[in-house]
Design a protein around this ligand. Structure first.
Ligand SMILES: Cc1cc2nc3c(=O)[nH]c(=O)nc-3n(C[C@H](O)[C@H](O)[C@H](O)COP(=O)(O)OP(=O)(O)OC[C@H]3O[C@@H](n4cnc5c(N)ncnc54)[C@H](O)[C@@H]3O)c2cc1C
Length: 381
């Protein structure tokens, strides 16, 4: 359900102020401490950020995809690590439940997810199953009234904080590929579930990823999400929405970098004039602006089509591919425009340069997006 125009404008204004006045001043601290302060998380909960995409009947804001994109454009204006604190609840950690959950599953988990009391994670990737995600080896064996899960997941966002995991596991070992995979809702406190130490990463300090290991974890049958063998379908539909969200965040970060570049180029003087007067600097600004505009337009078009009920698998991949590659180029030009200052930590540009690199990798690498786009183009051909 979409917000009325006044509520939408007021919500976006509030977010803009929250990002500018509360989050941006904390960027350096979060990057150095590798933690988003608990007080900030509490404010995010109050703003409703954990429940952006959860139906109103379960306490969420039930934003349309277009509205979620507008919110992500705003949130992209600060270190992407902040968004990650609630990003899994909005996207990959909750949407399987929203799209495929039974009434009982929704009633049990969604109110807590919407309020931020329950933090969620999405556990698909494994040491031997990354881009080839349909090859997951984590096993789910039916035993009486429960499935028994054994296996290991890798690089799981927010795993250290998660209370609930959506886990993809193989229920049919004789069936290779997607058809043998099912999805499960696995509470953190389940016996046999262990979470590893957060990995040290290139960027986005404050957002954590960990291994998750399942050693004979009993998951009641009623925690299976969708039918047996439908797990991959769950994962792919969740990722359609997630990819649009990530593309929108890329646009937000690019727009922030561009604003920083314009301000710096106007102020920094060389050869007796602002560097903004040099046409080679202007060309970089213009290229960045053009590409960010193109990405924003793609995201909004795909989001509106999704809201209208169209299948957007291909367009979501187009948007994610273009926007994530675009923000990489924009960040690279930003370092160049800032010169030495772009390489020095105090200015924050090198941090964003590192932060945005992951957007070309997770929720499907750029190569995988190209494969999805081509597959959709050639379908039925
Ligand atoms: C910060 C971070 C957060 C993450 N969060 C999560 C999460 O919450 N949940 C989760 O399940 N996973 C998560 N991941 C995992 C992420 O989705 C995977 O890392 C990603 O899908 C790539 O898989 P891989 O690392 O195994 O790379 P690989 O699949 O080994 O790919 C290596 C290279 O080979 C290329 N390649 C692979 N197959 C092909 C092909 N057929 N054609 C052309 N090129 C190909 C890839 O594009 C890439 O360039 C996260 C990862 C990181 C780093």
């Amino acid at each position: 359900m979409a917000l009325d125009q006044d509520t939408r404008t007021a919500f976006l204004d509030t977010l803009r102020r929250f990002v500018a006045e509360r989050l941006r001043p904390l960027e350096k601290q979060v990057s150095e401490s590798d933690e988003v302060p608990e007080a900030v998380i509490a404010e995010m909960r109050q703003l409703g950020l954990f429940g952006l995409s959860i139906p109103e009947s379960y306490g969420g804001l039930d934003l349309s995809m277009e509205e979620e994109a507008l919110v992500a454009f705003e949130l992209g204006q600060c270190s992407p690590a902040f968004r990650s604190a609630f990003g899994t609840n909005v996207g990959i950690g909750s949407q399987g439940l929203v799209m495929f959950g039974t009434e009982a599953q929704k009633a049990r988990f969604l109110p807590g997810i919407a309020s931020g009391e329950i933090v969620t994670s999405f556990a698909l990737t494994e040491p031997e199953a990354g881009s080839d995600s349909a090859s997951v080896q984590t096993r789910a064996r039916l035993d009486g009234d429960a499935y028994v899960l054994d296996g290991a997941k890798r690089y799981i966002t927010n795993a250290d904080k998660a209370d609930l995991f959506t886990v993809m596991a193989r229920t049919d070992p004789d069936r290779k590929g997607a058809g043998g995979v099912s999805a499960f809702l696995v509470p953190r406190r389940s016996a046999g579930l262990t979470v590893g130490k957060p990995e040290r990463k290139m960027g986005q300090q404050g957002a954590h990823i960990c291994d998750v290991t399942f050693d004979g974890v009993r998951v009641p049958i009623e925690n299976r999400l969708g039918a047996e063998g439908e797990g991959f379908k769950v994962a792919m539909q969740v990722l359609d929405r997630g990819r649009l969200h990530i593309a929108a965040v890329c646009v937000g970060v690019a727009e922030r970098l561009i604003a920083d570049c314009v301000a710096y180029a106007a102020e920094r003087r060389q050869f007796g004039q602002p560097i903004a007067s040099f046409q080679m600097i202007q060309a970089m600004l213009a290229d960045s602006r053009t590409e960010a505009y193109a990405a924003r337009t793609m995201v909004l078009d795909a989001a509106r089509r999704r809201d209208a009920g169209e299948g957007v698998t291909m367009l979501a991949s187009c948007a994610k591919l273009f926007a994530s590659e675009m923000v990489g180029r924009v960040a690279d030009r930003a370092v160049q425009i800032f010169g030495g200052a772009g390489y020095v930590a105090d200015y924050g540009i090198e941090r964003l340069y590192r932060d945005v690199r992951i957007f070309r990798i997770y929720e499907g690498t750029s190569e995988i997006q190209r494969l999805v786009i081509a597959r959709e183009m050639l379908k039925g051909g």
